[in-house]
Design a protein around this ligand. Structure first.
Ligand code: AMP
Length: 473
């Protein structure tokens, strides 16, 4: 008999705060207990890519694969863990990434390792290690994978993020720079994005020292007027002062000497040639004297793609990719002098922008997850066993299907079929099993047809054809 609820007793009792760690459940003899621990949490700055986001990723990865085939780039997958020295020497000890953002650790064998903060240095390591110098030059490679930077996380800035990195190693000509710029631009525009490219040429070993000297000279007596970061960089990496976003530094930066006055003839011609190609391709760009990019390995061409975000288009430019030449990097690691150029696209940021456009009602060319056409439902144990076999047969025939073999109630199965938006549900119960028949339910109108079970496949095909004709006409 139901006991009446004692309201007074209930009110008197104050709810207790749930303990952070659940107590060990009382043990019954002979039964193992679960010792609960604190619920695991995502590491700050990391992201799970949930099924709902997979269509974006799959679409983008497929697009990259197709484009890379079109331009004869070979795919390479490299480990995310590398020797720390690869980045110390490759990217430069005094770069922000190496100084502040690397995930570095010593492994059980005493090796100093790092999670890669970018992929270019790994390409060069791989190029050297696998003797790619003997392959037909240039070697055109690409990779898609995560990189790690211990930066301040915020929307569009993560500690693990995916880059599509694309490199041409063994080619000095401007056509290589231009082709990479074109590939990146085509990638963005085929996704419906309209980026603007900033481009600069930061010179080479011949002309850059004089420019560095001029910059140092210019900033020398302005030390007290610049931000702390710039003061620090003044002696270590003066070109990074051009990168500074601090308000206090802008006026001084605006009057600083330009690289134009220092570029040697070879660099001038190379840069002009890149810009001519870019003009031919109709790629919108801005010549940005201040673009230097954050890593030591760059030389000559540097470029970055931006898209406006949010309401205030002027103030909120999001960098969705960038790259440039790194003509000395192979040599730095002991290889022959080998010019190279590459770019990296930040995939999360591209998806962020695509979603923003979608929210604003714009059409974006993302193929949604495969539509399911047919649901398989069953009533009773024997029917379930038959349907589990039938499911495999229909899969082999190429039907896009779903099932819920763990559910017994037909209502629950039909509810799920409705939620998935399937066109037809195939139903088998005890009676149909005995009769050798099977039911096809049209999920749109709910009408059902009983057919000979041996005719299921051609009947389904016919119904799906009629459906697609109806929807396309
Ligand atoms: P970078 O070589 O630093 O210019 O990186 C190339 C591209 O990767 C950038 O243009 C961004 O789109 C993307 N990216 C860089 N850092 C992050 C980050 N912390 N989180 C998300 N995307 C990033």
């Amino acid at each position: 008999m139901l006991q009446p609820i004692d309201m007074k007793k209930k009110q008197d009792k104050q709810p207790e705060a749930a303990p952070a760690v659940q107590p060990v459940q009382s043990a019954k003899p002979g039964i193992e207990t679960v010792k609960q621990v604190r619920a695991p949490q995502l590491v700050k700055g990391m992201k799970d890519i949930l099924p709902v986001d997979q269509p974006y990723w799959m679409h983008i990865k497929a697009l990259i694969g197709r484009m890379m085939d079109d331009y004869s780039f070979g795919r390479i997958d490299m480990p995310i863990v590398e020797d720390t020295s690869l980045f110390l020497h490759g990217l430069g000890k005094q770069t922000d990434i190496v100084e502040k953002e690397m995930y570095t650790f010593v492994d059980q064998g005493g090796n100093n390792l790092s999670l890669r903060p970018e992929l270019t240095a790994s390409f060069v390591r791989s190029y050297l290690e696998h003797g790619m110098l003997t392959w037909p030059q240039p070697v055109k490679l690409y990779a898609v994978g995560p990189a790690y930077r211990h930066d301040k996380p915020q929307e569009g800035r993560y500690r693990q993020f995916y880059q599509w990195s694309c490199e041409v190693i063994g080619e000095a000509k401007a056509a290589a720079d231009a082709q990479l710029i074109l590939i990146a631009y085509k990638f963005y525009t085929s996704l419906g994005l309209s980026p603007i490219m900033h481009i600069n040429s930061i010179g080479c070993q011949v002309c850059r020292p004089a420019y560095r000297e001029a910059l140092t000279e210019y900033y020398k007596n302005k030390r007290s007027q610049i931000c702390e970061d710039c003061k620090r960089r003044l002696t270590r990496n003066v070109m990074r002062l051009l990168d500074c976003k601090e308000q206090t530094c802008q006026e001084i930066k605006a009057k600083s000497p330009h690289m134009d006055e220092y570029r040697c003839d070879d660099c001038k011609n190379h840069f002009m040639s890149v810009l001519e190609y870019v003009d031919d391709f109709d790629i919108p760009y801005e010549y940005n004297h201040y673009l230097v990019r954050g890593l030591d390995y760059y030389s000559r061409t540097v470029f970055e793609f931006y898209i406006p975000r949010g309401d205030d288009e002027e103030m909120n430019m999001l960098a969705i990719g960038g790259g440039g030449r790194y003509d000395q990097l192979v040599e730095l690691f002991g290889g022959m002098p080998t010019p190279a150029v590459g770019f990296a696209v930040g995939i999360e940021r591209v998806i962020l922008k695509l979603k923003e456009m979608q929210t604003a009602g714009e059409e974006i060319p993302i193929v949604q997850q495969r539509k399911i056409d047919i649901f398989i439902a069953q009533l009773g144990e024997r029917a379930k066993r038959r349907m589990m076999v039938l499911y495999e047969e229909l899969l082999k025939e190429g039907f896009a299907m779903a099932e819920a073999f763990t559910k017994d109630s037909l209502r629950a199965q039909l509810d799920l079929a409705n939620k998935l938006g399937v066109k037809f549900t195939v139903i088998l119960g005890e009676k149909e099993l005995i009769d050798g028949t099977i039911i096809i339910r049209n999920m749109e109108g709910g009408e059902q047809e009983v057919i000979d079970s041996t005719k299921l496949i051609p009947t389904l095909r016919k119904k799906l054809d009629a459906w697609s004709q109806k929807t396309t006409s």
